[in-house]
Design a binder for this molecule. Structure first.
Ligand SMILES: *Cc1c(COP(=O)(O)O)cnc(C)c1O
Length: 392
């Protein structure tokens, strides 16, 4: 016991020396854009609640009513007795929103990815993924035991050369699968994948596409379409993944696709089969959020977010981000920790994103904007960044 704990302590000390130690900060209060940490009120530019829905009264009320009706827990795995009418309705509504035949809800986006990828590919198959893909796509790929090839971020030439290699080694006639993994909006850079081109390459080489829309849903396209829907590509993408935890302001993950894909995952995705279903109250809240995102109110929130992004871009004299994420890449861990602390002293909460979340030497401040930020908060942020000599 003693030796074990001192080993762990040694590891943490090394992380601290490298500027890579992380710790939890307790939020004592929040109203959406302002949070209180350690008694200090800070303007929050760290959350993925892009439309301010995490504090929407109607969604919170739906969660409360869901709990009144169904109780607090789902009591079992979805396959045993954990599928309530609330889960079933959420899945129908998600499929409608995505324009797919069916959808399947998981407890988190991470569970959706780590359960789905190894269910669909394995030994003898190939996964080709973007270098900057989220950790859950990497974990799913590793767990699958498929041969893994990585292409530099958004590098279509390298993607194509991997596809060519994969199809020479594993011709379509062998039944081997080649799966491309990418995000549509990249979580730490805020840029977009060249989706038209990726879909075209996928078709040409008989591959399948797993698209992670975690940061696109509610921000790109209308309703909960995401980038695939915005570009009219939804029907050509085999596996569309997303989360209810970001712009939708609740929690949970999902896969949308064909009926047979969903039936297959119900049988084969281990994070689905062996996990207690999300609380029915959470499913009820997810439904309420989905309704709002697809309503004129949701459209107005998206317009408001766009206005905030434009305002911030014009104040900082940069091009507006195609997503709600604006990275400020500073390089070293030391520098980013210094700036994050300085900004915190000026009343702003902006996270220092470091290795291993991003590659080494690309430590950054990750600024996220929301429709809920009053313009005055955005102007104040721009002034604080400029005063610190920080440029995007
Ligand atoms: C947050 C995130 C996930 C995981 O979703 P959760 O619902 O938070 O588990 C997956 N992919 C990307 C790109 C993400 O940013």
């Amino acid at each position: 016991m003693e030796g074990f704990n001192s080993q762990l302590q040694e590891h943490l000390s090394t992380l601290e020396q490298l500027g890579l130690l992380r710790s939890l900060r307790v939020v004592e209060e929040t109203d959406g854009t302002r949070i209180t940490i350690g008694g200090h009120k800070l303007i929050n530019f760290s959350s993925n609640d892009y439309l301010g829905l995490a504090s929407h009264p109607a969604i919170a009320a739906a969660m409360g009513e869901g709990a009144q009706r169904w109780g607090s827990g789902s009591t079992a795995s979805r396959l045993i007795s954990g599928t309530t009418a609330e889960h079933a309705a959420l899945e129908e509504e998600l499929a409608l929103a995505k324009g797919t035949e069916a959808a399947l809800v998981f407890s988190t986006g991470v569970a959706a990815a780590t359960g789905t990828i190894p269910a669909l590919v394995g030994k003898g198959d190939v996964i080709i993924m973007d270098k900057l893909a989220h950790a859950c796509l990497i974990d799913g790929a590793r767990a699958s035991e498929a041969t893994l090839r990585v292409y530099p971020h958004n590098d279509l030439e390298k993607l194509e050369s991997h596809l060519k290699w994969a199809r020479e080694k594993h011709p379509t006639s062998t039944g081997a699968r080649v799966m491309i993994l990418t995000e549509s909006v990249f979580s730490m850079d805020g840029d977009l994948a060249p989706l038209h081109e990726i879909v075209e390459l996928k078709e040409r080489y008989g591959a399948i596409l797993f698209l992670d829309e975690a940061h696109a849903v509610g921000v790109r396209g209308t309703g909960a379409q995401g980038l695939a829907g915005e570009l009219g590509l939804g029907g050509q993408i085999e596996i569309q993944m997303g989360t209810l935890g970001k712009a939708l302001g609740v929690s949970g993950g999902y896969i949308a696709g064909s009926r047979v894909l969903i039936d297959f995952l119900i049988n084969r995705a281990r994070s689905f089969v062996f996990s207690t279903a999300p609380s029915p109250a959470v499913a009820a809240a997810g439904r309420a959020s989905l309704r709002i995102v697809q309503s004129p109110e949701g459209e107005a929130l998206r317009v408001r977010l766009q206005e905030n992004l434009s305002l911030f871009a014009s104040e900082m004299k940069i091009a507006a981000s195609p997503s709600a994420i604006v990275p400020l890449i500073l390089g070293s861990e030391e520098r980013v920790l210094h700036e994050t602390a300085r900004l915190q002293n000026s009343g702003f909460f902006i996270p220092a994103i470091r290795y291993p979340t991003v590659p080494r030497n690309t430590a950054r401040l990750r600024i996220t904007l929301s429709s809920a930020h009053p313009q005055e908060q955005i102007l104040r942020l721009a002034v604080a960044l400029k005063d610190s000599g920080l440029r995007v």
